[in-house]
Structures are given as structure tokens and as C-alpha cells.
Ligand binder design. Sequence first.
Ligand code: C2E
Ligand code: CA
Ligand code: CA
Ligand code: CA
Length: 278
Amino acid sequence: TKDKGRDGYHFFLHDLNTHLNGRMTMETDLRRGLQREEFEVFYQPQYEVASRRIIGMEALVRWRHPERGMVSPGEFIPIAEDTGLITPLSEQVLQHVCRQTRLWHEMGLPRVSVAVNLSANQIEQPEFVERFMATLLAHRVPVSAIGIEITESMLMRDLEGTIGKLKQLSKLGIEISIDDFGTGYSSLSYLNRLPIDTIKIDKSFVHDIRPSNNGTSIVAGIAAMTRGLNLNLIAEGVETEAQFEYLERIGCHACQGYYLSHPLDASTATRVLGAQAL
Ligand code: C2E
Ligand code: CA
Ligand code: CA
Ligand code: CA
């Protein structure tokens, strides 16, 4: 009936309002969080399979929210991207990473490269490459110490523009990884056109590993392909010994995941690196 329809409409409006208010609160909250520097960086070690040693770290942002406690990026990165706040947020993340890296170098800890996640909005900023490099320079961090992770979906938005910037960064010595490989619009043709050093195979493929399928799996196929293209392969989301051993058998270069280490706060990461120095 008519009344029922009206109620439905009101329900809809009510939901929409709650949704919009939620978004607005989050945006205001994000701005305040940026001003008060509530964002922190955690570091997840990447282990070379052959040596079982840490060769890199992935920088993963966390929000130490005054009321909500630790908030994970899945909750705020999408809103930061929609509102353009991803650019100042990424700048804070890179500053944290540079400061930390500089500190590790000064402490004489083993040199590992730290990879930061880029977003499409960020790389599309006109002065992106200049600002990125200026931050490294300001902290006296060598280019060999910092890497970037991009996703296939970032390439979809502006392939030519993105390729141009990645080439500039690569020429300057920044290592480039393709993140979540195989989940986006994977076109093998772009692999040849991009200055990529490493492929990070998505955790969904790692979780699909059945160790009994001796060497036949998507992961094994990607491993063979990266060898052919002379690229490094990192597996992410490695959660079990069986997955790790399988990845070792198929010649995967490095692994990252809960089986080896969760993302660590800066002081724990420092301790773990220090222990490796012994
Ligand atoms: P990602 O780049 O694919 O990062 C890997 C995610 O997998 C991280 O989630 C990490 O904590 C989680 N992970 C690590 N090992 C395992 C495992 O063994 N099993 C499972 N199931 N998960 C594992 P996190 O930290 O919540 O980050 C989520 C996403 O947020 C990231 O996915 C990345 O896309 C984005 N992100 C994180 N930090 C930043 C940042 O500083 N800038 C930008 N633009 N995006 C970021
Ligand atoms: Ca990543
Ligand atoms: Ca990933
Ligand atoms: Ca992901």
C-alpha cells in the first residue's frame, strides 16, 4: 500500500543519512587525525627464502585513534582516497618511514629496503616524483633503502602518466613492486612496458596452495613466468609451514605473512632487525 511505500522511503532516507553522517564524521576525524599526527607505521618483515633472513619490510599505516584504539587501513584508506586526504596521509607515512630508516642506518642495523604502498590519487599529483624524492633527500635516506608498491588497478586510471612517473623513479633507483598480482585486470602486455623489479603474488593464490599438487598451481605458474621475465617474486599472506615449504620448492625468492611475522610496531621491528645483526 501507499503507507508501506512511504515507510520504505523513510527507511531509505534514514539509512542514507546515517551513511553520509558516518562518512562525514570519518572525514572530519581523518583531518583531525592528520593534524594531530595520530598515524603510525607498522613494519612487516619480508624474508628471503634461501637464507631465512629479513631482506625488506612493508610499511603499513595504522591509526592510533583517541577513542577507537588502533584502526586498520581497510577502514580509512578508501575514505582518504575519496576525499583527497590520501595525499597528506601518504606524505606523513613516507616521513615516518624515512625517519625510521635513517634511525636504523645510524644504529648500524642490517640494511633492508622498506616498501611503501602508493595510491592512484597520490601518483597522479603533478609534483609527485619531485616531492617523493625531496622527502628522501631531506631525511638523507638513500634511494636503495626505499621501494614502492603499486597495484594493477592504479595502472587502469592513467596508464601512460603512471608509466612515465614509474620510469623516472626507477631511473633514480627506487625499486618497484606490483602488489596483489593476479587479482586486478592483469594484462601481461604491461609487464614489459613497466620498470618493475618484483611481483608480489596475492595472498588469495597463496591460500589456494594444495601442497599435494606437486608444482602445478597458479603460484607455480607465476613463479615460472617471473623467472622468464627476470623478476623477483615475493609471496604475501604466507600463514603456514606447508605454504612456505611449497613456495620454497617452486623457487619463490621471498615470503611475507603471519607464519613468519605479523606487522610490527617500530620498536619491535627495531628489536627484530637488531637480533638479525648478531
Ligand atoms: P596490502 O598492501 O595488500 O597489504 C597486505 C595486508 O595483508 C596488510 O593488511 C597485512 O597486515 C596483511 N597480512 C600480512 N600477512 C598476512 C597473512 O599472513 N594473512 C593475511 N590474511 N593477511 C596478512 P593491512 O595492514 O590491514 O593493510 C590493508 C591494505 O591497506 C593494504 O593491503 C594496502 O592496500 C592498504 N595500505 C596499508 N598501508 C597503506 C599506506 O601507507 N598507503 C596506502 N595507500 N595504502 C595502504
Ligand atoms: Ca602492499
Ligand atoms: Ca598485497
Ligand atoms: Ca591487498
